[in-house]
Design a protein around this ligand. Structure first.
Ligand SMILES: CC(C)(COP(=O)(O)OP(=O)(O)OC[C@H]1O[C@@H](n2cnc3c(N)ncnc32)[C@H](O)[C@@H]1OP(=O)(O)O)[C@@H](O)C(=O)NCCC(=O)NCCS
Length: 348
C-alpha cells in the first residue's frame, strides 16, 4: 500500500513525514572531534610485529593511527570532542538535556562513560547513558537521540562516538593490531526550523555472527581472571575475511534502504561517509553502489578504524573542510561487531 500523502509539504523529502509525521525534524547543528596527539605509523608497527608498510597499505589503506596516552581514557577523548562541538553550536553544558555515548571501550564497566563526560563538560542537567553497537554505534546513537528531539522531549542532545581501541588491541597480533586507532567525534542534535535534518536512519543486526568479531572475556560470561589474562582473551578477536565480506554486503544493503526511503538516487548525494575500517571495503561498497570518487570521504589512511568514532570524526572533517555545506545531502553507512550495521541520510 502506498504511504499516505504528506500533510506537511515542507517535509516533502522527509520520509518520517509520509507516515502521519507529528514530530519535528532533527538537525545536526554542530560537530566536533578529537584524536590523541601520539601517532603510530606503519613503520612503528614494523618494529613491533612481523609486518610491512607495503602489506598494511595494500590490504587496508591505513598509513597511521592515533593512540591515546596511558592516562587518557575514552571519556577524556569524548569530552574534548564534545567541547569542540558545543563551542561551534554556541551552547554551554547546562543547555544539554541528554548525552549518549556510543563506545565499546568505556572507561570502566560502570558508571557509564556518558556520566563521566557529563561531569567533564559541566552538563549538570543532562541525562546520560552509553549504548553499545560497536562500529555502528554513532548512527545507532544518532537515531536514538533524534527521537527525543522529534518527540519534543528534549531541545538539545549530545551524541558522541568515542573509543580507546588501543586498550583492547593485542599489540602482538599482526592480524588485528595494524587496523585500529583511538579518537572521538561528537554531534549536537537540535531542531532547526529551516532544515529537514536527519531524513531517515536505518539500523540492523545479526547476532548469529557475534563470535566473528569480539572481545571474549571481561564480561559476565568470562569474568576477568588470571587465566583470561594469560590467554589474551581481553583483546579483539576477529575473522578478517568473514568480517570483510559481511561489511561490504551490509553497508551496501543499508545504503540502498535509506536511499529507497528517501526516493533518492546515489548521484544526488553530495558526500558519502562510510565506516572507515579498510580502504578495500570502502572501495568495494563504492563500486557496488556506483559512488563517484568525488562523493566519497575517506580518512582511514590517517586514523585506522576508530569504531564508534569513525564516521563522526570523518563527518567533522568533511564539514570543517567545506566538503559538506548547508543544504547538501549526506549519506552515512556503518558496519561493526554484533554484527550490526546502520545508515542515515541527512540534509545538512
Ligand atoms: C584483516 C584484513 C586486512 C586481511 O586482509 P586479507 O586480504 O583478508 O588477508 P589475506 O588473506 O590476503 O592475507 C592473510 C595473510 O596475511 C597475513 N597477515 C595478516 N596480517 C598481517 C600483517 N599485518 N602484516 C603482514 N601479514 C599479515 C596473515 O598471517 C595471512 O598469512 P597466511 O596466509 O600465511 O596465513 C582483511 O580481512 C580485513 O580488513 N577484514 C575486515 C577487518 C575489519 O574491517 N574489521 C572491523 C570491522 S568493523
Amino acid at each position: 500500500m502506498p504511504p499516505p500523502e504528506s500533510r506537511h509539504p515542507h517535509f516533502v523529502k522527509n520520509p518520517r513525514a509520509l507516515y502521519d509525521f507529528k514530530g519535528r525534524p532533527c538537525a545536526i547543528t554542530a560537530v566536533g572531534s578529537y584524536v590523541p596527539e601520539r601517532i603510530l605509523t606503519n613503520a612503528d608497527l614494523e618494529r613491533m610485529v612481523e609486518t610491512s608498510d607495503e602489506w598494511i597499505v595494500s590490504r587496508t589503506g591505513i598509513r597511521e593511527r592515533h593512540v591515546a596516552a596511558p592516562d587518557e581514557a575514552t571519556s577524556d577523548l569524548a569530552a574534548k570532542a564534545a567541547l569542540r562541538a558545543m563551542e561551534r553550536a554556541g551552547i554551554t553544558g547546562d543547555q544539554i538535556d541528554l548525552i549518549i555515548v556510543a563506545t565499546v571501550t568505556p572507561d570502566m564497566p560502570f558508571p557509564s562513560t556518558a556520566c563521566l563526560v557529563q561531569e567533564k563538560i559541566g552538563a549538570r542537567r543532562a541525562a546520560a547513558f552509553d549504548i553499545e553497537a560497536a562500529c555502528s554505534g554513532f548512527i545507532y546513537a544518532l537515531e536514538i537521540g533524534q527521537q527525543f528531539i522529534q518527540s519534543r522531549t528534549y531541545e538539545t542532545v549530545l551524541v558522541i562516538g568515542a573509543e580507546k581501541l588501543s586498550s583492547v588491541t593485542d599489540w602482538t597480533d599482526r592480524n588485528t593490531c595494524v587496523l585500529f586507532g583511538d579518537g572521538a567525534g561528537a554531534a549536537i542534535l537540535q531542531s532547526r526550523p529551516d532544515s529537514h535534518g536527519l531524513l531517515t536512519a536505518y539500523m540492523g543486526a545479526d547476532g548469529s555472527k557475534g563470535s566473528v568479531l569480539c572481545v571474549p572475556a571481561g564480561g559476565s560470561r568470562q569474568p576477568s581472571s588470571a587465566e583470561t589474562v594469560q590467554q589474551r582473551l581481553h583483546f579483539i578477536r576477529m575473522d578478517g575475511k568473514e568480517t570483510f565480506k559481511n561489511a561490504v554486503q551490509a553497508m551496501q544493503g543499508a545504503a540502498l534502504e535509506v536511499l529507497r526511503r528517501c526516493e533518492l538516487d546515489i548521484s544526488e548525494i553530495t558526500c558519502v561517509i562510510p565506516h572507515q575500517a579498510n580502504r578495500r571495503i570502502i572501495d568495494a561498497v563504492g563500486e557496488r553502489l556506483g559512488i563517484r570518487a568525488d562523493q566519497l570521504y575517506v580518512n582511514v589512511d590517517r586514523y585506522g578504524n576508530t569504531s564508534a568514532a569513525s564516521v563522526a570524526i570523518a563527518l567533522d572533517e568533511a564539514v570543517a573542510s567545506g566538503r559538506i555545506v548547508r543544504g547538501n545531502l549526506v549519506l552515512l553507512m556503518v558496519f561493526g561487531a554484533g554484527f550490526t550495521w546502520a545508515s542515515a541520510i541527512i540534509e545538512w
